[in-house]
Design a protein around this ligand. Structure first.
Ligand code: PLP
Length: 394
């Protein structure tokens, strides 16, 4: 048996190093990375500023328990709070852990108000919130739960975008509503305009917490620091991970003071969460993201990329049925198997990521320029042409 637990179907390529938007395999072959390690390496590979802050921190302090003050963690919390709706932040090591914190916080909030029976959370079909038992149960996807039951009770799932369904699901035991502002894993599924606002109203009316999972869509990927900034509302709790560390593992659960009111000393914790190395790098990511004009540029480049993808879809309607998403969180819903397309792209030196709904995800690092757009579109055009030819020959 493989020394690695075979839970991944891996492509036959091993990368040795990365530079900006490119990865290089062991033979020195270059690949344009439009997957970013599934929306993680936000600033590409080996970004000089991130390397510098990591090295500087590595020489000072790697690990320090949360029993003590951690300067880079304090600073990161202050900056995330200053740039969001939140009053407070908890740091952990992954998206799933950030969601675990959010789920616990929602239950504890109700408990703290003397309403311990309100523990259920409404989630949406197609959601993905992680691979722990609680987050799998929240996601409710059969393909992830099969063989791992019993699932954690306490989640009620309704169809994505179904406001009446969400309202009908609210009962005396409901504590919160949890939603990805853009569903990533299930195929870059966006919501009808106004849906998040409607959920906010529902939560206010029924005294529930609204929780946004921005693990994939947050940290500048949609062209704004957080995806909720495209709406007129804010959540009570928000989860982050992936891009937050630009490739260094870190997750965060942000909350308003009210939502976090149940989280008292000893109620939650993490040995590694918020460690100095991870927080130093995340601060480095923020340095760049919050730099003058950076996100304006991201929006501009994202629009150009989107425009070119729309042209491609129009040129190959038999292969690409739809272009989805926003900013640098984009998907092509395809007719041939998405994994065949991603494999064909790898063979031509372009990395993309399959997602649900037979979508090919494009998640480039936010630092790409016109040159990389041209390169990716050129490769995609070749691949799509190839598949279009095969369809025509059938
Ligand atoms: N939430 C969302 C929206 C995600 O896309 C993911 C991962 O893909 C997670 C949570 C889980 O994050 P992690 O794999 O870091 O546990």
């Amino acid at each position: 048996m493989s020394p690695l637990l075979p839970v991944y179907k891996r492509a036959e390529v091993t990368f040795e190093r990365g530079e900006g938007p490119y990865l290089f395999d062991r033979a020195g072959r270059r690949y344009l990375d439009f997957g970013s390690g599934i929306a993680v390496t936000l600033l590409g590979h080996a970004h000089p500023h991130l390397v510098a802050v990591l090295e500087a921190q590595a020489e000072k302090l790697w690990h320090c328990s949360n029993l003590y003050g951690i300067e880079p963690q304090q600073r990161l919390a202050e900056r995330l709070v200053a740039h969001s709706f939140a009053d407070t932040a908890f740091f952990c090591n992954s998206g799933a852990e950030a969601l675990e914190c959010a789920i616990k916080m929602a239950r504890r909030f109700q408990y703290g108000r003397g309403q311990a029976e309100r523990h259920r959370i409404i989630t949406f079909e197609g959601a993905f919130h992680g691979r722990t038992l609680a987050t799998l149960s929240a996601g409710g996807q059969e393909k992830h739960l099969e063989g791992f039951r019993p699932e954690l009770p306490g989640f009620d799932q309704v169809a994505a975008g179904d406001l009446a369904g969400a309202e009908a699901a609210i009962g005396g035991e409901t504590a919160a509503i949890l939603i990805e502002p853009i569903q990533g894993e299930s195929g870059i599924r966006t919501l009808a305009p106004g849906f998040l606002e409607e959920l906010r109203h529902l939560c206010d009316e029924h005294d529930l917490l609204l929780m946004f999972d921005e693990v994939q869509c947050g940290m500048g990927r949609t062209g704004r620091l957080f995806a909720y900034e495209w709406t007129r509302v804010t959540p009570d709790i928000m989860t982050l991970a992936k891009g937050l560390g630009g490739g260094f593992p870190i997750g965060a659960c942000l909350a308003t003071a009210r939502a976090a009111s149940g989280m008292t000393p000893g109620s939650h914790g993490s040995t590694f969460g918020g460690n100095p190395l991870a927080c130093a790098v995340a601060n480095g990511v923020l340095d760049v993201l919050l730099g003058d004009g950076f996100l304006d540029h991201v929006r501009d480049v994202g629009e150009r990329l989107r425009g070119r993808l729309d042209q491609l879809a129009a040129a190959f309607p038999q292969v690409v049925h739809e272009v989805r998403g926003q900013g640098f969180l984009l998907g092509l819903r395809c007719e041939p198997l998405n994994t065949d397309i991603t494999a064909a792209c790898i063979a031509r030196g372009l990395l993309t990521v399959p997602a649900g709904d037979n979508v090919v995800r494009l998640l480039p690092p936010l630092i790409i320029e016109q040159e990389q757009i041209d390169e990716a579109i050129g490769t995609l055009a070749e691949v799509l042409q190839d598949f279009a030819g095969r369809e025509a020959a059938q």
